[in-house]
Design a protein around this ligand. Structure first.
Ligand code: NDP
Length: 258
């Protein structure tokens, strides 16, 4: 573990979508900075591999498999983590799916696809926040970081109407939670990753033409990394962001600005 920067020593974090991509990088970075990290996703084996990476480096992780669309599973996972450590201080609500080959324009969009995306990306974040915030209230405060998308602001995820709607709603939920919970000493913010090289985008990374097309809309002309995104999530969760609430921090190589 990195002994130089330990902003999260003594802090207890639950993070959804921790088995890969942005969530995995965020969990590892939190552990590197001294936090104990509860890892939530559906795939136990992948979570165990992340936990092993953390513990081999001297950190502490707790595997808490759950499908974020299932309230009983989310509640059990959050309670198990809180029981293990005597409470929680930080919630990172990150798990999400994108279904680029099924999600489409509304006139062609299957209700089942719409519901799958909304259940995971919106209801799943609601449920992690619901049960996570209950623990933060017991702890006397803390921080929540939700993960949105630039398409929550602008319609540039062409033909992905369910994904776009889910991410727009994350921004609204984040803002109303931020205003309502600040009196409880809980800061709520969102990280807005742009085009990030994670398993979610494997189909783009493997297609040179598509990759070039995506990068052409990014002033920095490259995808971001999961680690670059994790750095912003950690900032928002840290005491360095003590006057930051209700904000959406964009990590997109300038895509929204361009
Ligand atoms: P990945 O596909 O790489 O990882 C998604 C994570 O979510 C995995 O850990 C997956 O684990 C978990 N997950 C998916 N469905 C569920 C579920 N029902 N219950 C529990 N866990 C679930 O995605 P990214 O890391 O790229 O994305 C993370 C977040 O960032 C998402 O909210 C995404 O929308 C957002 N984002 C990503 C961008 C990008 O370019 N990568 C851009 C903008 C936003 P498992 O399959 O084991 O359950």
């Amino acid at each position: 573990m990195n002994e130089d920067v330990r902003r999260f020593a003594g802090k207890r974090v639950v993070i959804s979508g921790a088995s890969k991509g942005i969530g995995r990088a965020t969990a590892i970075r939190f552990a590197c900075e001294g936090a104990r990290v509860a890892l939530v996703a559906r795939t136990r084996q992948a979570l165990e591999e992340v936990a092993a990476t953390i513990s081999e480096a001297g950190g502490e992780a707790f595997v808490a498999p759950a499908d974020v669309t299932q309230e009983d599973q989310v509640e059990a996972a959050v309670l198990a983590a809180a029981k293990e450590w005597g409470g929680l201080d930080i919630v990172v609500s990150n798990a999400g799916i994108e279904l680029p080959f099924e999600d489409t324009r509304v006139d062609q969009l299957d209700l089942a696809v719409w519901q799958r995306v909304i259940n995971t990306n919106l209801t799943g974040q609601f449920l992690i926040c619901k049960h996570g915030v209950r623990q933060l209230l017991k702890s006397g405060g803390g921080a929540v970081v939700m993960v949105g998308s630039p398409c929550g602001y602008r319609g540039f995820c062409f033909h992905e109407h369910a994904y776009t709607a889910s991410k727009g709603a994350i921004l609204s939920l984040m803002q109303v939670m931020a205003v309502d919970y600040i009196k409880d000493n809980i800061r709520v913010n969102a990280c807005i990753p742009g085009f990030i090289d994670t398993p979610m985008n494997a189909h783009v990374m493997e297609d040179a033409g598509l990759l070039e097309h995506w990068c052409s809309s990014i002033p920095m002309r490259r995808p971001g990394t999961a680690e670059e995104t994790a750095a912003v999530i950690l900032f928002l969760a840290s005491d360095e962001a003590s006057y930051v609430m209700g904000s959406a921090y964009v990590v997109d190589g300038g895509q929204l600005a361009g």
